[in-house]
Design a protein around this ligand. Structure first.
Ligand code: A3P
Ligand code: MG
Length: 424
């Protein structure tokens, strides 16, 4: 079943303006490499140069008007598995970390500041996990993914792209993003394109310069999860416990956007505890906190900025609803509201010049086409680095045997040396 059927079943838009742009033909100077001359630039970089990379003059625009066309085909996402990360960030190929939603009062008065000083274990975000947990899941579940019955497939997973849901969310929102750019590393390996984020210099600086208030506010969302989630179907939330952000339950979903076969994973906050709830991902619930809305201006900003992020994050894996806790300045949740993802586009209809789901999905689809077009060399030690800053085009550079490489040896070796053991 398709979640959104395109009015045009064949999304090859021959008459639309191309979002790819030929920047200039003077390949004598390496445009992309110059863009990346930052202090932390990796060594041994072999950027594109004349004759090496015929597409070095290509870039991709994020201008909204280029993506205002029919909604692309986006197949209903299917959960093909899940995994858990425990309190020490160890991987388990099962759903042991799933939590169950317990509906609070309409005016719950949850104090989100409680426990920040003494009952908070924060994940070490200087450890860059890249795609490692997903790759572990792929190795453990390879037989579910491998091309059935084909002996000479050029793509042995039968998937075009492997990535995190969060990276796709950034792609969906890029045409509307005015503040934060991104860098995505892409490697083609055995026919599949792996996409992993690289922290930008600006993001690293922002992280270093966070205020104590900001640090504390980042805890509030996790504390809200603790107030509303139980560990088992029959238990109650335990607000007196420790909040440990190492723990995670992740769904792995398969879907297709236009002609791109996707496999991605995303963290899921909790599920409906009703035994008659629909199968995953339809039983999943995304939890969010947001500042309470007191003025029309605040409502408009909520529609324009927050709902875009919330919609993109949950629409991708097919999570049908967001449960939001609205908090006051002191971090006390004073109101609750449920937002069905399918209703969000109606909520923003009256907002002048607002974001459009079709622009988000078409940009993502065109970005993935662009990646397929440029990332041609099938080699685990080659990285195509796609970089984007607001109000600019997406550009790329090529790096060989560089610190940008992100497919670990254990993954490359296992995928190369052994065939999956097919389960009967
Ligand atoms: P809120 O979403 O209620 O703000 P998620 O909602 O994606 O499951 O993330 C859970 C919580 O992690 C967030 O709760 C927020 O507290 C924190 N968080 C996630 N991403 C963040 C980011 N980019 N910046 C700050 N906090 C973030
Ligand atoms: Mg959440």
């Amino acid at each position: 079943m398709e979640q959104h059927r395109s009015h045009n079943p064949n999304p090859s838009h021959q008459n639309r303006p191309s979002a790819y742009k030929r920047e200039r033909e003077d390949n004598g100077r390496n445009h992309c490499e110059n863009k990346h001359s930052r202090p932390n630039r990796p060594q041994n970089q072999s950027g594109p140069s004349r004759g090496q990379n015929p597409h070095s003059s290509l870039s991709l625009s994020t201008r909204r008007e280029l993506y205002e066309r029919d909604f692309p085909v986006y197949k209903q996402p299917v959960e093909v598995g899940c995994f858990s990360l425990d309190s020490e960030r160890r991987f388990f190929n099962d759903g042991r970390q799933i939590r169950y939603y317990v509906e609070p009062d309409r005016r719950p008065n949850f104090d989100l500041r409680d426990g920040y000083k003494d009952r908070f274990i924060k994940r070490d975000d200087s450890v860059k996990e890249k795609l490692d947990h997903m790759l572990r899941w792929i190795l453990a579940n390879r037989s579910k993914l491998s091309a059935r019955g084909t002996t000479a497939s050029s793509c042995d997973l039968d998937i075009d792209f492997v990535t995190w849901r969060g990276h796709l969310t950034k792609l969906l929102t890029a045409p509307y993003e005015t503040r934060e750019g991104w860098q995505l590393a892409v490697t083609r390996f055995r026919g599949t394109l792996y996409i992993s984020e690289v922290e930008t210099e600006a993001a690293r600086r922002d992280q270093e310069n966070r205020t104590e208030r900001h640090e504390e506010m980042m805890y509030w969302g996790y504390k809200f999860e603790q107030y509303t989630c139980a560990d088992t179907v029959h238990s109650r939330p335990d607000p007196g416990g420790v909040v440990n952000t190492n723990e995670a339950f992740c769904t792995v979903v398969q879907t297709r956007l236009a002609d791109h076969r996707l496999l991605f994973s995303g963290e899921v906050d909790c599920r409906d505890k009703d035994p008659n709830a629909p199968a995953a991902p339809a039983c999943y619930i995304e939890l969010k906190t947001s500042a309470e809305i007191c003025t029309p201006k605040q409502r408009s900003n909520f529609h324009r900025f927050k709902l875009l992020k919330w919609w993109a994050q949950s629409f991708l894996p097919g999570v049908p609803r967001v449960v939001a806790g609205f908090r006051d300045e002191e971090g006390v949740v004073v109101a609750m509201e449920t937002f069905p993802i399918s209703k969000i586009s109606h909520l923003i209809k009256n907002e002048h010049n607002c974001w459009k789901p079709t622009v988000c999905m078409n940009f993502c689809s065109d970005f993935l086409s662009f990646v397929k077009h440029i990332a041609t060399e099938d080699n685990p030690s080659v990285v195509y680095l796609l970089s984007w800053e607001p109000r600019r085009d997406v550009t790329f550079s090529v790096h060989r045997d560089s610190p940008y490489c992100f497919l670990p040896h254990w993954f490359v070796e296992e995928m190369t040396s052994s065939q999956p053991s097919h389960q009967s």
